[in-house]
Ligand binder design. Structure first.
Ligand code: C2E
Ligand code: MG
Ligand code: MG
Ligand code: MG
Length: 292
């Protein structure tokens, strides 16, 4: 009987694994088709100057336009793409599309905005990363100072000598670099000090409880003051209410990002949000309402 039970458990176990494996394989095949058909879309979330409320840039966030499931968020397919190597072509597409969209906005008279693009660790470590980047800027016509790359702490810790070298080259090119999700990795003051980067983005998890948790409030306060002493600008992501905004403003945060101000939106909605006179505003995205 025990034998019988054991076998059932094993069969159960293997069939679970098989289900998971085939689900991943299906997703991977779907993703391959999406890459070939370029079934992705970039949504842009505005970044606002904490003092003036002006839009100082936008973050590009990729979505997969799945034929059946609709828009899929990056959390559902970027990790898989990193495992399968499909992240390469996706990143290439994201980078070029973001550059093209910013050039298009400028040509249409909406203004020239800096776009932040999230970088996967694998991309950053590729030997031809810098030449690919240069190529994308040349092809699309975006000036390097209008591109910002968001890296996570993990990228920099893993292979620090090579990473620091790449960062210097980016700075020489005029491309801005920020550290994303700051505070969730092994942030140490000493490593930040030696990096040629421009800003850090405080992770949403600290911002969330900023007004209610004395600890998170203190951590954020500490991060901001440390960053400023090192000459870095501070972005806070994930701001969802006025209390969070007020706390961050009171402690000198430089740039705001979050649903409280604007959600990530397709390019067409961004046009309306930026509110040029040639465009009819959609009402829910009037620039005048950002800071009231
Ligand atoms: P991230 O770079 O930290 O991007 C911020 C995420 O927080 C976005 O989620 C954004 O929609 C969300 N967010 C912004 N404000 C708020 C807020 O007020 N409240 C809440 N609850 N969420 C907010 P999204 O678009 O789902 O992206 C998730 C992650 O996927 C990104 O985190 C980034 O790490 C990754 N990702 C997105 N696009 C790309 C890409 O093109 N390439 C790579 N390698 N990774 C990407
Ligand atoms: Mg980011
Ligand atoms: Mg972030
Ligand atoms: Mg984050």
């Amino acid at each position: 009987r025990a034998k019988q039970k054991g076998r059932n458990a094993w069969e159960c176990f293997t069939s679970d694994i098989n289900d998971e494996v085939s689900a991943r394989m299906a997703l991977r095949n779907d993703l391959q088709e999406a890459i070939e058909a370029e079934n992705f879309e970039l949504h842009y979330q505005p970044l606002l100057d904490a003092h003036s409320g002006d839009v100082v840039g936008v973050e590009a966030l990729v979505r997969w336009k799945h034929p059946v499931k609709g828009y899929l968020s990056p959390g559902l397919f970027i990790p898989l793409a990193e495992d399968t190597g499909q992240i390469g072509p996706i990143s290439e597409w994201v980078l070029r599309q973001a550059c093209r969209d910013m050039c298009r906005l400028a040509a249409e008279g909406y203004g020239q905005y800096r776009v932040s693009v999230n970088l996967s660790p694998l991309q950053f470590r590729r030997p031809n990363f810098l030449s690919n980047l240069q190529q994308a800027l040349l092809e699309t016509g975006l000036a390097p100072e209008y591109l910002e790359l968001e890296l996570t702490e993990g990228i920099l810790m893993a292979d620090s000598a090579a990473a620091v070298e790449t960062l210097h080259r980016l700075r020489d090119m005029g491309v801005e670099v920020s550290i994303d999700d700051f505070g969730t990795g092994f942030s140490s003051l000493s490593y930040l000090k030696q990096l040629p980067i421009g800003k850090i983005k405080i992770d949403r998890s600290f911002v969330r409880d900023i007004a209610t948790s004395r600890h998170d409030g203190a951590i954020v306060q500490g991060i901001i003051s440390m960053a400023h002493h090192l000459g870095l600008a501070v972005v806070a992501e994930g701001i969802e209410d006025a209390e969070q905004r007020d706390f961050l403003a009171a402690h000198g945060c430089d740039v705001f990002q979050g649903f409280f101000f604007a959600r990530p939106m397709p390019l067409q909605k961004l046009r309306a949000y930026l509110g040029q006179p040639t465009v009819t505003s959609e009402g829910d995205a009037l620039p005048a309402s950002r800071f009231s």
